[in-house]
Design a protein. Structure first.
Length: 318
C-alpha cells in the first residue's frame, strides 16, 4: 500500500506492483491512468460494481468501533456512530484545540464516492461490518473489504496532531489529516469519483462563518463575530474544491453531481466545503487521497490556547 504519510509538495511516485496493493500515492492529483476509449470498455463497465453494491453490506448494525475519539494532547477529534447507511448524511464529528470540552470547529468530516458510468448518485463510504481500530492515541482507522464484482479494499485514516503537520499552513495550532486509500484487488480498471466533506463551524458556532479562497485548492474560514481563529482546508491537487451552505446536499441527493471550484457562498452562514477527484485505479494498484484541516489562532488566541492547555493539565494532575 502506498505511503499514507506523503505530504503536499512531494512528488507522487508510481511503484511497480504485482497485485499486492503497491501503487500510486496522490494528493488529490488526477490519475495518470489512460481514459481513452477501448473496445473492451463495455465489458469492463459491466464488471464494475456500483459503490452502492460494494458499500451496502448486510445487516443494520452501527459501525464497529464508533464512537471513537483520538487526541494529541488537547488536539482532539471524535467520530460518532454512523446512521443512515450509504444513502445517509454520514457521522457527526468533533475537532477541538482544547480537548473534549473545547469548542467544536468541525461538525463533520467524511468521505463519499461513486463508480463512474455505473452509479446514478454519490454514496457515503460505509459498511456496517467495517473494522475500526486505533493504531495510536492520535490515529483512528476504518477498513473495508469487498469481494463481489470488482474487489477492492478501502482504508480510511484520521490523524490529529498538535501543530502544523505537513499541510503547509504556518502557525497551525492543530491539524486533522483525513486520508482515503483505495486498493483495486480486481482484474479490471476501477473509475471513481471521490469526495472529502467538511462541515466547518469555527469557534463552535455554526451560522456566522465567512470563507475565502486562499489558494487554488485551499479555503480559509473565520468566525464572523470572533475572528481570532481560522480553519484552513487544504486539498492539494484536487479536481475541484467548493464552499457553500448546501454542499452536502450535492452528495446526499439522488443524482450525480460534480463540484465547482470556488466559494459559491461566502457567508456569514453555516458553511461546508468538499473536495473532489476523479481517477481510475488499475488492477493491483492503490491510490491515497489526503486533505488537511488546520486550526490557526491569531497571536492573542494562541495565548488563550496555551492557558487553556495549562488549566486542563492541572485539572488532570489533580
Amino acid at each position: 500500500m502506498g505511503d499514507l504519510y506523503h505530504h503536499p509538495g512531494e512528488s507522487s511516485v508510481l511503484r511497480s506492483g504485482t497485485g499486492t496493493g503497491t501503487g500510486t500515492v496522490i494528493l488529490y492529483t488526477p490519475s495518470v491512468e489512460s481514459r481513452r476509449s477501448n473496445p473492451r470498455s463495455a465489458n469492463r463497465r459491466a464488471a464494475v460494481v456500483s459503490v452502492a453494491a460494494l458499500l451496502a453490506g448486510t445487516g443494520a448494525a452501527a459501525a464497529q468501533g464508533f464512537p471513537l475519539a483520538i487526541e494529541d494532547p488537547l488536539a482532539y477529534f471524535r467520530q460518532s456512530a454512523i446512521s443512515g447507511g450509504v444513502t445517509g448524511s454520514g457521522p457527526a464529528s468533533m475537532l477541538s484545540p482544547l480537548g473534549p470540552n473545547g469548542p467544536n470547529f468541525l461538525n463533520q468530516a467524511w468521505w463519499w464516492g461513486r463508480v463512474e458510468g455505473q452509479d446514478v448518485r454519490e454514496f457515503a463510504i460505509f459498511r456496517p461490518d467495517m473494522v475500526v481500530t486505533q493504531p495510536a492515541s492520535n490515529h483512528m482507522r476504518a477498513e473495508f473489504n469487498y469481494t463481489a464484482g470488482s474487489p477492492l479494499h478501502i482504508t480510511m485514516d484520521f490523524i490529529v496532531q498538535r501543530g502544523n503537520d505537513g499541510a503547509g499552513v504556518p502557525g497551525a495550532s492543530i491539524t486533522l489529516r483525513p486520508g482515503l486509500t483505495v486498493q483495486n484487488t480486481g482484474s479490471t480498471p476501477l473509475p471513481l469519483s471521490l469526495f472529502n466533506f467538511n462541515n466547518v463551524q469555527v469557534n463552535g458556532t455554526a451560522s456566522n462563518d465567512l470563507a475565502i479562497q486562499t489558494a487554488a485548492t485551499q479555503m480559509t474560514f473565520i468566525d464572523g463575530e470572533i475572528p481570532g481563529f481560522r480553519y484552513v482546508y487544504t486539498a492539494a491537487g484536487a479536481s475541484a474544491v467548493q464552499v457553500g451552505s448546501n454542499v452536502r446536499t450535492l452528495l446526499t441527493n439522488s443524482s450525480v453531481n460534480n463540484l465547482v471550484t470556488g466559494v459559491t457562498e461566502s457567508g456569514p452562514d453555516n458553511l461546508e466545503v468538499a473536495a473532489q477527484d476523479t481517477l481510475t485505479i488499475a488492477p493491483g494498484q492503490s491510490q491515497t487521497l489526503l486533505v488537511f484541516g488546520s486550526i490557526v489562532p491569531a497571536p492573542g488566541a494562541a495565548a488563550l490556547l496555551t492557558l487553556g492547555g495549562l488549566l486542563v493539565a492541572r485539572r488532570r494532575r489533580r
